[in-house]
Design a protein around this ligand. Structure first.
Ligand SMILES: [Fe+2]
Length: 245
């Protein structure tokens, strides 16, 4: 499996606290069937944060060295989870948005109470600049929980939808679980990711969600969500939707 959303780099955000914890998370991911992942620390999507990108790169380099020293055969790609505001399109115009892996996919999150109007403005503006927005955990946003049909509209407009493992397992409350279930059961998700923050809570373990996805949505769609599309996103290739099966 491939995980495109994981706070595994040491001491950069509220994810792994140090390299020991990063390595524990890497072992847990690998043991659960993950062979590659994108390290996606939080990145506030405004100009003042651009300095953080060098720090993220340094963290990634030292994490890769530690993985190889520990003999863990996990391939790690670059990335960031961009907290988007109305200012974020400026970064897109400057061609400075961090992307996932080698491609044009940008992992975008919003404040949980952000309005649909602002989210759609930002997603449209980023897309016009040539990036492909991947919306992180839309099921956790209040406006989407109230009206999950909005996701159908985003899906049709080429916005990539990433649902969290924890939402499907009910770890973020009933509203997130119901919205996640709506998105998956209508075939509107492109990927499931861990959004892992540690090896104890919100972990990078994906074997349980794979079982859940196979049982609830079928083996073909589960494979698209956990392997096929995440691998394509890392490599900047076009995703497939369940309707193409
Ligand atoms: Fe995240």
């Amino acid at each position: 499996m491939t995980d495109i959303h994981c706070h595994i780099l040491p001491d950069i955000d509220d994810g792994a606290s140090d390299m020991g914890e990063s390595i524990k998370m890497a072992r847990m991911a690998y043991d659960s069937g993950v062979t590659e992942l994108a390290a996606t620390p939080h990145f506030f999507g405004e100009e003042e944060s651009l300095g953080l990108l060098a720090q993220i790169k340094e963290g990634l380099d030292s994490f890769r060295r530690a993985l190889s020293a520990e003999g863990i055969p996990l391939t790690v790609y670059s990335g960031a989870e961009i907290l988007c505001t109305e200012e974020t399109p400026v970064l897109a115009q400057m061609r400075c948005l961090p992307t996932i892996g080698d491609g044009r996919y940008a992992l975008c999150e919003f404040y949980f109470d952000e309005s649909v109007r602002t989210m759609e403005y930002v997603l449209g503006a980023i897309k016009r600049e040539g990036y492909i927005p991947v919306v992180a955990h839309p099921e956790r946003y209040e406006d989407i929980q109230r009206d999950p049909e909005i996701i159908g509209n985003w899906f049709e407009h080429g916005i990539i939808i990433q649902v969290n493992r924890g939402s499907l397992l009910g770890r973020f409350g009933q509203a997130s679980e119901e919205a996640a279930d709506y998105i998956l059961s209508h075939g509107l998700a492109h990927a499931i990711a861990s959004d892992a923050h540690s090896s104890r809570m919100r972990t990078p373990y994906l074997a349980d969600i794979k079982r859940y996805a196979v049982e609830s949505f079928g083996a073909d769609y589960a494979k698209i969500l956990l392997s096929e599309n995440p691998a394509r996103i890392l490599r900047g290739k076009r995703v497939v939707s369940p309707y193409e099966l």
